[in-house]
Every structure is written in C-alpha cells, then in structure tokens.
Design a protein around this ligand. Structure first.
Ligand code: NAP
Length: 555
C-alpha cells in the first residue's frame, strides 16, 4: 500500500527522534499547517503520525461517489501563504474530493512537509507521564515517542459508525461505509444497491450511484432540508476576481459567524409579506448553497415562526421536484426546524427519485429489522441487494479521541473525563491533560464553521502559545477547571438560544446509541470565538495554569 514520498517517510521512521518537542496526530489540513508552524516558525522538533498512506485526512478517507465540499472552494483552503493562494486555481464552486486531495498533496509538497510525517501509523496510546511531565505516545507500529506537547489534528468526523444491525456480518454481498471508501472505487454497474442514510454523504452519493446501479433502494430514517448547490454560479472570471480581493475576503471570513466571506444581513422574514418573502427565498434558492440562509433572512435561525417560513418554502420545492406525490410526502422534513441538523447541499438529489430505478423506503415508520444474507428486511418488506452502502455518519467529535486511549493526570482516561460529554477550555485544552492541544476540538466552532478558517485560527493560536511558553520559560500549560466550567456553560448557553437542541443530530451525539446528549460545538460564531481566544492570549493566557515543570507558578 505504501508508495512514493509517503513510503519513504514511513521507512525513515526508524531514524527519527523518539524524544521531541511535539507530536502531531493527523496529516489533514490541521496536521499539515501545524507541522509547518512547528518547523518553520518555532524551530521545534516534532513527529506527525498519520493513519493513511498519504496526506489529506477527511479528504483522504471520504472518497465515496459524488464526495464534494459544501464550502465554496476559494475559501476552503489555506490563507497563510499569499503565493499559494495566487498560484492555486480551483476548477469551480465546490470541488470534488480528488481535487481537494490534490490541493493538500500540493501543499505538502510545496512546503516539503511529507518527510516530517510517519504515514500508515496510527496513534494507539497517549499517556501523560507525571514523572517526566511529558506525553508518552505509542503507535500501532510499535513505536514509543516522548513529547512535551501533544497536538491533535484528527478531524471531527473521522471515526465512522456502521450501525450494529442484526445479521450485518452475514450479508453475502459487499458493503461499504462512505467514510472509508475503497481507493480503487466501487463499480455499481448492474448491481442492486441499498444506501442507508440520507445525511451529507448519502445525498451526495445517491444521485451518482443511481446513475450507475441497476436499481437503488434508499433507506431513509429522517427526511432532510436541502439547498441546491448550483455549481454553475462560479466560473474562472469570478475566481480570478476573488484573487484580487483575497485580503478582504479572508478578513470578512475570519470575523464572520461561520467562516464565510458573507456580510451579515439584517432582514427579517416576519417583516415581509408572504409574496415578498417568497421572492427573496427564490433569489436565495437560485444562489444556492449555504448562501440560502446567509442571503435570505437573519431571523430564520432564531425565531420559530421565521424558521417555519423557510422550512415551508423548501418543502414546496421538494413537492415541485418529486413527481410521485407519495414519494414527495415521504421526503418532506417535518420533525425538526430548518438548520437544526446540518443543512445539506445537494445536486439532483430530489430529481433522483423521478428515476425508474430508484425507490425510497421510509425506515422511520417501518424500521430495518435485520440484514439478511441477500438484502435488508424492514418491518414491511424485504429488499434484495448486492451492495449495501452505509452513509450512516460518524462518532463525531469525540470518537477519534477515545480511539487514541488518551490518559491525563493520575492515569485518568479521557473517556472517563468526558463520560457525560466533552468538557474543554475553548475547545483547545482539557483540565488535567497538560500540554494537550486539540485543533478544532469540541467546544470550538469547528463543524459549525468553514473548517480551514477555524483550523488556521487554532494552529496560529497554539503556535503563539508555544512561543509564549518558550519566552516565559514555561513547561506546563493546563486549563484551569473553573475556566473550563465557565466555557462549557457558555457553549451550552449559546446552543440553547438556537434550534440545534431540537433535532436528533450528531452535533448532540444523538446518532450513537448510549452517547451522552450534549451539544458539542461552539455556536457563538467564529468572529466572537476568535475575539475570545485573542483576549485570553492578551491577558497572559487567562484561564490556564502556566508552570515551570515541578514548580507550581502563578497563572
Ligand atoms: P450524518 O449526517 O450523521 O448522516 C447519517 C445518516 O444515516 C442520517 O440520515 C441518519 O439518520 C442515518 N442513520 C444513522 N444511523 C442509522 C441507523 N442505525 N439506521 C438507519 N439510519 C441511520 O452522516 P454523514 O452524511 O456522513 O455526514 C456527517 C457530517 O460530515 C455532515 O453533517 C457534514 O458535516 C460532514 N460532511 C460534509 C460533506 C460536505 O461538506 N460536502 C460531505 C459529507 C459529510 P438520522 O438523520 O435519522 O439520524
């Protein structure tokens, strides 16, 4: 499996230091930029461990048909290097997975980052050693590395969940999870395919699979709100123009709510007549993507009556698109407010149900009973299948941390510390886990934002903090439990002002049986969050205990 630069890097592991300033986990957007910072700006020794055989993180693993980014490409990239920004040209509005992966490979090559990465290497243990005040990090390659700082860039959606449906292991056909798709692809030609799940991964893959498969059965638990992507609205001239305005674009994105360069709009749905509203929604619909919410009305996310107008508009579009009224009815989202689950961006999703070879099965009202050797049995029918695609999501935000078996002070496991839900300071640190930093950890805007913008902010903030520790002769940086508690309250208070708690979503852990129902990301906006982080830094890293090893000092 190992090839090229990645293979050389893995082979070189034997000659790499086992005592370093920092271990970075993951070589996606986060790990790449973090390792560049450690090497070029901080001059620190480091190791990067990556489970895949190449860079890319999320974009390495999620290769399912139709996989695309929902953020507009010109801001779904790094902003830290002006030349990089100018020299890279995206092919359109939302690039497909191979193009994003190519971009990350380009970044890794351009800045010569691959030699610092151990590929095909998964971190399997990370224990804070109170005798040495260092992290003892173990890998599945049998290596033990000691690091002063442990920095995770493991993504928020990296641990796939395949529901444990009775009979799953006896299925005689092939099955796949969208989040760990075979690199050689899957040929659906002439096959009877079943897709379970209609979240982002499902709605992107379903129209593409339908074009290839002999027959496609979609097993839907929750109907979803979707906005058309509208790829055609961005062309070469548009992207060239953006390049001349990049400073302004990034400045707006960094101080915005969700990390996009859209100016806030103060127009309320309820201040308009139904006819005016419809016209405005039509314009936003024509614009497509996340701009639908951004350019229509500001009260959609805050006032239920306003939200209802958007929800009804989207339902009317589904009814218009889907020819069979019974199928359309099954596809109408009714049990959660618009935006309370991740808004989905689609291309030809509802149109796909007008095809003769596509069938929708409502498993909310007639749940799956078992997977048979030859297909899927629900409460009201049996469906013969050759291939099952699980588009069933991830153990989001915490699952990948737990897989690393992280232990903090006193040998306490992170699973236990977070048994009632993740507790962090700023989504960056955890009390009793000194010198551990999480890039886009729970409690930060992360998944509610355009990820590269949030990742850059975290990497730069962590780098500044590491520089500060060096300048001030500090060995240990540890979140203060009270500051952590206060931040947790702020995360919850912000969530409670929104509709997010009203839906069963992975933001709340609701998709994983037994996971505590806690809203995990910070919903207060990337601009406010950045301001808070900057204030913490300006106040000498308020909310942290900063110590010289072995000698408690003032915070
Ligand atoms: P997801 O949003 O969690 O969707 C999983 C789907 O599987 C849902 O329809 C869910 O139904 C269903 N499901 C889960 N467990 C099930 C079970 N036991 N039985 C039947 N159905 C079940 O996962 P995802 O689609 O992979 O997306 C996860 C996140 O990744 C997205 O929200 C997004 O943030 C990110 N993502 C982004 C992109 C992009 O930018 N283009 C693409 C893919 C993913 P319920 O709704 O009823 O739970």
């Amino acid at each position: 499996m190992t090839s090229g630069a990645a293979g050389e890097a893995t082979m070189a592991a034997a000659t790499k230091p086992t005592e370093v300033d920092a271990v970075v986990v993951g070589a996606g957007f986060s790990g790449l930029y973090m390792s560049k910072k450690l090497r070029d700006d901080l001059g620190m020794s480091y190791r990067v461990f990556e489970a895949g055989d190449d860079v890319g993180g999320t974009w390495y693993w999620n290769r399912y048909p139709g996989a695309r980014c929902d953020s507009e490409a010109y801001v779904y990239c790094f902003s830290f290097d002006e030349d990089l920004l100018q020299e890279w040209t995206w092919s359109g509005k939302y690039p497909e997975q191979p193009e994003i992966l190519k971009y990350l490979q380009h970044v890794a090559d351009r800045f010569d980052l691959k030699s610092g990465i151990d590929f095909n290497t998964r971190v399997t243990s990370a224990r804070y050693n109170e005798e040495t005040d260092r992290w003892d990090v173990g890998t599945d390659q049998g290596e033990q590395v000691s690091a002063k700082f442990l920095i995770t860039g493991i993504g928020c959606l990296s641990t796939g969940q395949v529901p444990n449906i009775p009979g799953r292991d006896d299925f005689q056909g092939d099955w796949y999870h969208t989040g760990s798709w075979p690199h050689e692809g899957v040929d659906f030609t002439g096959k009877r395919v079943g897709v379970i799940g209609t979240g982002s991964s499902g709605v992107q893959s379903i129209p593409v699979i339908a074009e290839q498969a002999e027959h496609l059965t979609v097993f839907q638990r929750t109907p979803q709100f979707m906005i058309p992507a509208r790829h055609h609205t961005v062309d070469e001239h548009y992207l060239d123009d953006i390049k001349t305005r990049y400073d302004e674009v990034w400045d707006t994105a960094r101080h915005s709510i969700a990390g996009y360069p859209y100016k806030p709009m103060d127009r309320k749905a309820l201040d308009h007549t139904p006819e005016e509203r419809r016209e405005i929604y039509e314009e936003a619909w024509a614009e497509g993507g996340f701009r639908f919410s951004g350019t229509s009305f500001s009260d959609i996310g805050l006032d239920k009556r306003a939200n209802d107008t958007a929800a009804e508009f989207i339902r009317s579009k589904i009814r218009e698109t889907v020819e069979d009224p019974e199928t359309a009815e099954k596809l109408l989202p009714r049990d959660h407010p618009f935006g309370s689950k991740r808004t989905l961006i689609d291309t030809n999703y509802f149109e796909t149900y007008n095809r003769d070879n596509v069938e929708l099965v409502d498993i909310r009202h007639a749940p799956i009973e078992e997977i048979m050797p030859t297909g899927i049995k629900t409460e009201d029918g049996e469906y013969e299948l050759d291939i099952i695609v699980f588009a069933t999501g991830f153990d989001a935000m915490t699952g990948s941390f737990f897989r690393m078996n992280i232990e903090g002070r006193g040998g306490e496991k992170l699973q236990d510390t977070w048994a009632d839900g993740p507790k962090t300071y700023l989504g960056l640190s955890v009390a009793d886990y000194p010198n551990l930093f999480m890039i886009t950890g729970p409690g930060s805007p992360s998944v509610l934002s355009n990820m590269p913008v949030s990742i850059e902010q975290h990497v730069e903030w962590i780098s500044d903090l590491l520089e500060y520790t060096r300048e001030h002769d500090i060995d240990l940086v540890e979140a203060d439990p009270e500051a952590q508690e206060a931040w947790g309250a702020e995360v919850n208070d912000n969530a409670d002002k929104t509709f997010y708690p009203y839906a069963d979503s992975w933001y709340l852990g609701a998709n994983i049986p037994g996971k505590p129902r806690v809203f995990m990301p910070y919903v207060g906006g990337v601009g406010n969050y950045r301001k808070k982080c900057d204030e913490v830094a300006a106040a000498g890293y308020e909310g942290y205990k900063l110590e010289k090893a072995g000698t408690p000092a003032a915070s």
